[in-house]
Write a new protein. Structure first.
Length: 263
């Protein structure tokens, strides 16, 4: 099978997302060298790979934050060239970036509505704090995030709580395709457990398709339906989680070889 075909199955049934042959160069650096992937509706895909493998770059392209040097993508089967993050949002694609993009000095509820604050009706064109506050409480409760008070500054929250707020913010804006860039980074076992529970609840809703980037192979296999491995800007492995294992993934990484398994 050709290199470009890794990550791409024959087209069977509807797909929430598909990327074909994505190349991204930054000057002399080739961050992505012909990456392809698909995501089925309601599916959760895990992306693994070493630092610098190109994972975040792919996510940034799928959210319209960066344009690919070449390659194409489809959303719900229709070809699109994403012009901006707002364009991707309008198509239901939301992302929780690796650096979260929360503002520590603002309250949780203000962060929930950052750049999409509801305004009070004319002539009071002021931020509608009361409604933001109420809706933030509802959104967090809705997905089972337990936070003492939405009035608290984000700076006061633990890493896991911040991640939960960032995920709630993305889900609240009617995401249908949710991309999570290392939601478990720098978290202890208990906090990772809480975020994994939250992700599991989102999965069970059935109306979200998810991609999660992570470094922990065992956790990723446990929570994701399918996994892909990125190495040096290429996809070198993909399989259904039930049909692979941590030792197999480690072996692929060690040998630096490519395996394609019908997934
Ligand atoms: N804006 C940029 N300008 C120049 N080079 C970049 C830029 N963004 C990413 N790169 C390079 O592209 C490569 C892939 O980076 P990327 O952030 O996608 O890796 P990653 O797989 O997410 O790594 P990590 O696990 O550390 O988050 C790296 O060599 C990185 O230095
Ligand atoms: Mg990254």
């Amino acid at each position: 099978m050709s290199q470009a075909a890794i990550g791409l199955p024959p087209a069977t049934g509807p797909e929430a997302l598909r990327a074909e042959n994505i190349v991204k160069r930054f000057g002399a650096v080739t961050a992505l060298n012909g990456v392809s992937l698909y995501l089925k509706p309601g599916e959760m895909l895990g992306i693994l790979g070493d630092n610098g493998a190109g994972k975040s770059t792919l996510i940034k392209i799928l959210t319209g934050f960066q344009s690919p040097t070449s390659g194409t993508m489809t959303v719900d089967g229709k070809q699109v060239a994403l012009k901006s993050v707002d364009h991707a949002r309008a198509l239901g694609i939301e992302c929780v970036y690796q650096d979260l993009a929360l503002i520590p000095g603002l309250s949780i509820y203000h962060n929930m509505f950052l750049n999409r604050e509801p305004l009070r009706p004319w002539p009071f064109r002021l931020l509608d704090n009361k409604s933001m506050r109420r809706r933030a409480v509802e959104a967090l409760e809705d997905i089972g995030v337990n936070i003492p008070s939405v009035d608290e500054e984000v700076a006061m929250l633990s890493g896991g709580q911040r991640q939960a707020v960032a995920i709630a913010r993305a889900v609240y804006s009617n995401a249908r395709i949710l991309l999570l860039d290392e939601p478990l980074a720098a978290m202890g076992a208990r906090e990772s457990g809480l975020i994994l529970d939250l992700i599991d609840r989102l999965k069970k809703r059935g109306d979200l398709s998810l991609i999660m980037i992570a470094h922990n192979y065992a956790q990723t296999l446990e929570v994701c339906d399918r996994v892909m491995l990125f190495q040096h800007g290429e996809v070198t492995f993909q399989a259904k989680s039930a049909e692979t294992s941590v030792p197999e993934l480690l072996e692929v990484v060690k040998r630096n070889y490519k395996i394609v398994r019908g997934a």
